[in-house]
Design a protein around this ligand. Structure first.
Ligand code: C2O
Ligand code: CU
Length: 546
């Protein structure tokens, strides 16, 4: 019943916000914007909470995403308005008044404490995506905690033992809340690791500039099976704009959700000319941490430089080889760290490649200090070789093998099906919470075979609380570096075998990170049968775990 939540607030604001992220930048405060065009908005479709919220926030303008270091942090969930593209300001949900929220940067081994304060009209939570936290800190409403209500707080405490690139996001009604902007980067610096001169984080996302219908945001209770997922309509949208979209690589499920509505791609919450430049100096070693917080897969191309992929999902690649003019495919929820030496002065793009028009907005410029732009141009329609992680780097120590004995073996057949007129996304023919959990005891070795039977849908499958090793793809054992991940994308027809040790007790989600698919069924759980939790779900908390 909340038609056009994003749409109604598109306002042309003529301020140019020069926002910088990355830990070597400073300044760039974007206050003093002209809010005169924000009046006359139609609030008739909003519920009371949202109206109040809008009243409070109509003059609120998003700030520069900060980098926060130390051991104790506060993240306040609140609404704001952010200039995503030139002339496009959308209402957003933020942590600390920016999308992405602040980058949290901590040191390996440190005890971390993050207090979440909720000032939004809906309950929220924080999940530490990819991070092996104790189960009670995993942020899953109804599973590990109650959703944090407006005006309330929750404190997350854990030890940052594993270095790498991670991210955090709300796991309450996450298909909608992550879409609105409730996410940020979580970086754990290694005790001893390679030093780089520049360390940039690029968080990728997609938006619907034409507004969206928030399914279920007024639906209370943890009942997921009764949700109607077919109501992502084009209400109030600019039809011309919608129809002129290039649907080439889009997911056009009939009756499901139309991914072509995501027509505005952003890097760190900015699109096109608003994306921050990445300053470098000749001779510097540069790391770029790519994080995909969106629901579409992107193909990232670094211009003008040789590079290496040094980590995937925070885990190091063993002896990575040198790459050039290849695209790095990054699926929803995944992270890739790339490194290069700045040895080619000029201004070079790092950009998304693909058929979709919106890729034009997902570009950042690597700008050598004091050097004028060279001849580099976007070539985002060009088809370049795709890096194949299953044969990249050098073989190294494997924790698991294909033919060893496993205490638990599980097959996940992933599919897209029609059930009672709704498009659903199934695991072994079932939707959550009817899906069969993976039941383990602490210390068990677990082998999971994942098969994507969907005709057109990718399924980036994400396991909470654990890393798994990828053992084979389409029946072929991996050749290069061991690949350890928490999010693995399966294209239609693909089959992977992964293995892990059940070493972190609790109840953990294993789900598709196209969160539309998760909210329409593609979720199961890894359950430790001996695990006793003292958490008791509050039926009035409105917990929506998926
Ligand atoms: Cu990033 Cu269960 O999710
Ligand atoms: Cu999926």
């Amino acid at each position: 019943m909340t038609n056009g939540w994003k749409l109604k607030s598109i306002a042309a604001i003529g301020a140019i916000a020069v926002l910088l992220t990355g830990c070597f930048n400073s300044g760039g405060n974007s206050h003093g914007m002209d809010h005169s065009n924000m009046n006359g908005m139609d609030h008739s479709n909003m519920n009371m909470g949202q109206q109040q919220d809008r009243q409070q926030n109509k003059n609120n303008t998003a700030a520069k995403p900060a980098v926060m270091t130390g051991r104790e942090f506060t993240l306040t969930a609140k609404s704001s308005n952010q200039d995503l593209a030139p002339g496009k300001t959308l209402p957003v949900w933020t942590f600390n008044n920016s999308v992405p929220g602040p980058e949290i940067r901590v040191k390996q081994g440190d005890p971390i404490k993050v207090t979440l304060k909720n000032e939004l009209p809906e309950p929220v939570s924080i999940h530490w995506h990819g991070y092996p936290v104790p189960n009670a800190m995993d942020g899953i409403p109804g599973v590990t905690q109650n959703a944090v209500q407006r005006g309330q707080t929750f404190t997350y405490k854990f030890q940052a033992n594993v270095p790498g690139t991670y991210w955090y996001h709300s796991h309450q009604d996450s298909v909608n809340q992550v879409d609105r902007g409730l996410y940020g980067a979580f970086i754990v610096e290694p005790k001893d690791g390679t030093k780089v001169d520049r360390d940039y984080t690029l968080v990728l996302d997609e938006w619907m500039s034409a507004g969206m219908n928030m399914s279920g945001s007024s639906t209370r209770g943890a009942n997921m099976s009764g949700m109607n997922h077919s109501n992502m309509n084009m209400s109030g949208s600019n039809d011309k704009e919608g129809k002129s979209l290039d649907h080439g690589r889009m997911n056009m499920d009939n009756g499901g959700h139309d991914m072509s509505m995501y027509d505005l791609f952003t890097i760190n919450g900015k699109s096109g000319s608003l994306v921050n430049k990445l300053p470098v100096k000749k001779g510097e070693k540069v790391r770029i941490r790519l994080i995909n917080a969106g629901y579409l897969t992107h193909q990232i191309h670094l211009h003008g430089h040789e590079f290496k992929i040094t980590a995937s999902d925070g885990q190091p690649i063993h002896n990575p080889g040198i790459l050039k003019d290849s695209v790095v495919t990054i699926a929803p929820g995944e992270r890739y760290d790339i490194e290069f030496e700045a040895n080619n002065p000029g201004q070079w793009l790092i950009e998304d490649h693909g058929e979709n028009k919106a890729v034009a907005g997902m570009k950042a410029v690597i700008a050598y200090e004091g050097v004028a732009a060279g001849s580099d141009k976007p070539n985002d329609k060009e088809k370049l070789p795709v890096v194949d992680l299953t044969r990249y780097g050098q073989a190294g120590k494997m924790n698991f093998t294909l033919d060893q004995k496993y205490a638990m073996e599980y097959t996940m057949n992933l599919n897209t099906e029609m059930k009672n007129g709704d498009m659903v996304y199934t695991i072994n023919g079932k939707t959550f919470p009817e899906t069969e959990p993976i039941k383990v005891k602490k210390g068990d070795t677990v082998k999971v075979r994942l098969v994507n039977n969907s005709k057109t849908d990718d399924h980036p499958m994400h396991l909470h609380g654990h890393f798994f090793q990828v053992l084979s793809k389409n029946g072929k054992p991996l050749e290069g570096s061991p690949v350890i991940k928490d999010t693995l994308n399966l294209k239609p027809g693909e089959e992977y075998v992964v293995a892990f040790e059940a070493d972190n007790e609790g109840n953990w989600m294993f789900h598709c990170h196209d969160l539309h698919h998760a909210s329409a069924g593609m979720v199961t759980e890894l359950k430790y049968t001996d695990y006793k939790t003292d958490f008791i779900p509050d039926p009035n908390a409105g917990n929506k775990p998926e």
